[in-house]
Design a protein around this ligand. Structure first.
Ligand code: UD1
Length: 363
């Protein structure tokens, strides 16, 4: 059986890696990686392939940047060409990036079965490109592998047949467990001379936070206040960096008690996360990783497609004006502790592979 694993952007690489390593143990599976090229910088892509011990992609689409439609359209045209030639039996898409939606549509129209890993999560906010990607993908795919029970409920409410849904757990945790030894040994804190310090990690890249000059300016002004209380480490996403420069906000980089970095590799970022006093973020994946590691996470968004990280984990959705209040709670040790959700256990790739074995009986 020929299986295509589709990856496009940074958070996807962590989701396909554990599954790839599991699938190649089976001789009757011919597993290929398709990288659409949405993320292409070395530190947003190649470094992740290397650390996650993935081979070079079997197919690279070189889609690059562009508007939403340019990215989706180019991905569809190039992916279709490969499907015509390769005729896989199953296309596995992960997460909620543009390629997740684009490649599902292309495969379904060619009558190729599609499975969505991380199906069913919803922010119920249609202004997010990711929510559109999630809903379109889940409207047409054949197999739904979910990270948490709320995702099953969302899918059932949308009319998906229960028999097609399987709660498999959170695949991101598998990547952490896969690289745990290397993560613990990494010495990024020494490199940054912060090994004996309390620090806060900041990550920002959502269009709603960084594409408007006023919003980005307000956020950076609040972060300046936070640096008066705790050291802030800020690995900057390319979208955010571009906007800081375009809006002429570069004086922010001069702030004391602030370390601005290029995007970090997976191992280095996770090592930093392990030792962080708190994280301020708008990322989806970081909300999950902090819950798994028990690190307080303040999410600068109005909603989350990962409510379990708030209900059970260490995550809180905060408004900008509430950040300092929550920071004080954390510094005083009065913030909630959280627990690890069900099936976030590093064995999701094994459960997904069992599902693929069942599917393979039909071919
Ligand atoms: C994408 C995903 C988002 C995910 C995020 C993680 C969609 C709709 N969005 O958002 O869900 O959380 O990735 O990072 O799919 N750029 C570079 N180098 C790169 C990649 C991008 O400089 O390697 C620049 C691009 O030129 C562009 C900007 O960064 O200007 C944003 O990239 P884009 O792929 O459009 O979306 P992300 O914000 O990264």
């Amino acid at each position: 059986m020929k299986i295509f694993l589709v990856a496009a952007a940074r958070p996807n690489f962590m989701k396909i890696a554990p599954l790839y390593h599991q699938l190649i143990k089976y001789e009757n599976f011919d597993t290929k990686i398709i990288h659409t090229g949405q993320h292409y910088d070395k530190n947003m892509s190649d470094d992740f392939f290397y650390e996650l011990m993935l081979p070079s992609p079997h197919f690279y689409l070189n889609v690059g940047s562009g508007t939403q439609s340019e990215q989706v359209g180019n991905t569809m045209i190039k992916f279709e060409n490969i499907l015509f030639k390769e005729k896989p039996n199953l296309v596995v898409v992960v997460g909620d990036v543009n390629a997740t939606m684009a490649c599902s549509i292309v495969a379904k129209k060619l009558n190729i079965q599609v499975a969505h890993l991380e199906a069913g999560i919803r922010s119920f906010d249609m202004s997010m490109p990711e929510e559109i990607n999630r809903k379109v993908t889940d409207a047409i795919c054949d197999y739904y592998w979910t990270p948490s029970i709320d995702a099953n409920e969302n899918l059932v409410k949308e009319g998906v047949d229960r028999n097609k849904i399987k709660f498999v757990g959170n695949i991101m945790i598998d990547s952490f467990e896969l690289l745990k030894d290397k993560i613990y040994k990494d010495n990024i804190k020494k490199e940054l001379s912060i090994d004996d310090k309390d620090y806060c990690i900041l990550t920002l890249h959502r269009p709603s936070n960084v594409d408007s000059e006023e919003m980005l300016k307000n956020i950076l002004n609040t972060i300046k206040k936070i640096t008066k209380k705790i050291q802030v480490i800020f690995p900057i996403h390319p979208r955010t960096k571009k906007n800081i420069l375009n809006f002429g906000l570069n004086h922010f980089f001069e702030e004391k008690n602030l370390i601005c970095l290029e995007p970090l590799s997976y191992i280095k970022f996770m090592n930093l996360l392990l030792g962080a006093k708190l994280v301020i973020t708008d990322s989806g994946g970081v909300q999950e990783e902090t819950t798994y590691l028990g690190v307080p996470c303040l999410t600068l968004r109005e909603n989350t497609e990962r409510p379990i990280t708030v209900l059970e984990g260490t995550n809180t959705l905060v408004k900008l004006e509430e950040l300092l209040y929550y920071l004080e709670l954390i510094l005083k040790g009065k913030y909630k502790k959280g627990s690890i959700p069900l099936l976030w256990d590093g064995k999701t790739a094994i459960r997904v592979t069992e599902e693929i074995i069942k599917i393979s009986r039909n071919f």
